[in-house]
Design a protein. Structure first.
Length: 79
């Protein structure tokens, strides 16, 4: 089976002795690039999770403040 059709996980097993060429890149270079991209995706996902939590917290605070305004309560700013 050609390394081109291996899954990204299996590409980790490609060694420098593989003579597969993908364009101007060796299989080892492709694996390194895939690892770099995976790390970037992981970092982006963590940032997205953090941003999502911050937005959720902001939404909850806005709902609380709107409810307080509707009921005539004093709105306290937590800043």
């Amino acid at each position: 089976m050609s390394a081109v059709f291996r899954t990204a996980q299996n590409l980790k097993d490609v060694t420098a002795t593989d003579e597969l060429m993908l364009g101007n890149f060796t299989a080892v270079e492709v694996v390194a690039e895939l690892e770099t991209l995976r790390e970037k995706v992981d970092k982006s996902m963590k940032q997205l999770d953090t941003t999502s939590k911050e937005l959720s917290d902001t939404k909850e605070e806005l709902v609380r403040q709107i409810a307080a305004l509707i009921h005539g309560d004093e709105v306290m700013n937590n800043d």
